[in-house]
Design a protein around this ligand. Structure first.
Ligand code: SAJ
Length: 413
């Protein structure tokens, strides 16, 4: 089988490599010529454990190569970005561009799989666009079905564990027709050891969005409890710990907001598709998105006690023990504190990075520094990420009692 994988990012390139190492002839397609050149040299343009060795091996064996133009193939896998285009609706222009590249390459009988996280109806949209360009492929001999097959197969892998989870996770395959789903299942079976479940395309699109919305709604509940507890002057961490002793209660942890490129994005695709009905999902997004503002207000209020406050800001990543700053509430909070408190000295501590991101660079009142030194000099300590190094620190040696401590993760309870 020849497989063309369109989009060689965090999902496309690992999928291309794993298909190639399981016997397919794979052509990766990307608009970025540097990415294409890197892959053809057997190199990977981003960091992901075990991916380099897999790509290098597949290229050397002649099973994987990359091009900037979509080639002919038996199977096309679309793994391009679906960012916001404003108003929280999904920008489908990358999917449309992929469709336009695929359409002229089809001759009938091919399978087109959409892997990008997409709003409900996008697989149908992709099919409509391709078949509009190729009306000759729209109907079979009996005049009933298109002779190209379309399916959605969302990815659910966790960055940092992609090469493992691609193999071990269960997968949902949703076809525009049953036959499309069955054909896609055969392809994924070549490397996926998890269960492969068949459904229709819209249900598959929604399943991915619902998984992340479920988590977002539950985090919002915890974040709302933290606001309520602050008003009632009780400890939210104790409250949640006690409530979680109930056999059917499992409340998540509040924090300074929700980051990453999935949970803070995907629920909006449901909201923008069905705004009238998706009330709880929308409110959860709003609660989580407003959490950084509440942290900023607390720090600014405390800073008013000092003339030139030294503030240690602990953690910039979007979650513990990683170096990923995408959509990180901590970065947003630090940037706003820098604007709101020009007289303060903000000592940012992020042990997993070696330089500040561009959004925080070149600010006179922000430096990236070392943990113990930052805390030693601080009047106010703001903990934004519960990295193990922070949690494990000796609180007495840090002299936290002598400082104003704002622990947004409950790491030092
Ligand atoms: N967070 C809290 N409180 C909690 C748990 C998380 O504030 O109790 C915050 C984190 O600090 C972080 C954000 O939520 O800022 C998201 O972190 P996460 O660990 O919940 O999820 P991600 O974004 O790393 O990965 C999610 C996963 N989805 C689910 O768990 C349902 C992952 O399996 C998906 O593959 C990924 O989204 C994706 O690509 O969609």
């Amino acid at each position: 089988t020849t497989v063309a994988v369109i989009g060689l990012g965090y999902i496309g390139l690992p999928t291309a490599a794993i298909l190639a190492t399981h016997g397919a002839d794979v052509i990766g397609v990307d608009v970025n010529a540097d990415t294409v050149d890197a892959v053809n040299r057997g190199e990977v343009p981003f960091v992901e454990p075990d991916l380099s060795i897999s790509v290098a091996g597949a290229v050397k064996q002649g099973r994987l190569r990359a091009e900037t133009k979509t080639p002919e193939a038996d199977v096309f896998i679309v793994a391009v970005p679906t960012p916001f285009k404003g108003n929280h609706a999904a920008d489908l222009s990358y999917i449309d561009a992929a469709a336009d590249g695929i359409a002229p390459r089809l001759s009938g009988g091919e399978l087109v799989i959409l892997e990008s996280t997409s709003p409900p109806g996008t697989t149908q949209h992709l099919a409509d666009r391709i078949l509009e360009l190729r009306p000759d492929l729209s109907l079979n001999a009996s005049g009933k079905r298109p002779i190209v097959h379309f399916a959605h197969c969302p990815e659910r892998v966790l960055p940092g564990r992609i090469m493992i989870e691609l193999v071990t996770n269960d997968r949902i395959v949703g076809g525009l027709t049953r036959k499309a789903a069955e054909q896609a299942k055969v392809l994924y079976e070549s490397f996926c050891k998890g269960e492969i479940m068949l459904t229709d395309a819209t249900t598959a699109e929604m399943a991915k969005l619902v998984e992340n919305s479920y988590r977002d709604v539950n985090i919002a509940f915890a974040n709302e409890l933290s606001l309520i507890s602050a008003k009632l002057d009780i400890d939210v961490w104790e409250l949640i710990e006690l409530a979680n002793h109930h056999p059917r209660v499992n409340i998540l942890q509040p924090g300074p907001g929700v980051g990453g490129h999935c949970i803070a994005v995907d629920p909006w695709f449901i909201v923008s598709a069905v705004p009238e009905e998706a009330r709880l999902i929308r409110t959860a997004r709003e609660v989580n998105d407003s959490k950084p503002e509440q942290v900023i207000a607390r720090v600014v209020a405390k800073a008013a006690r000092f003339k030139e406050p030294n503030i240690a800001v602990l953690g910039l990543a979007f979650k513990p023990d990683i170096d990923d700053l995408r959509e990180s509430p901590a970065c947003r909070i630090l940037a706003r504190l820098s604007d709101e408190l020009p007289e303060a000295r903000l000592a940012a501590v992020e042990p997993h990075i070696s330089a500040l991101p561009s959004s925080l660079e070149g600010r006179d009142n922000v430096v990236l520094t070392e943990f113990t030194a930052a805390v030693a000099d601080a009047d106010i300590v703001v903990l934004l990420v519960d990295h193990t190094v922070f949690k494990a620190a000796d609180k007495r040696r840090l002299r936290l009692r002598e400082k104003v401590v704002i622990d947004t993760r409950g790491a030092w309870r």
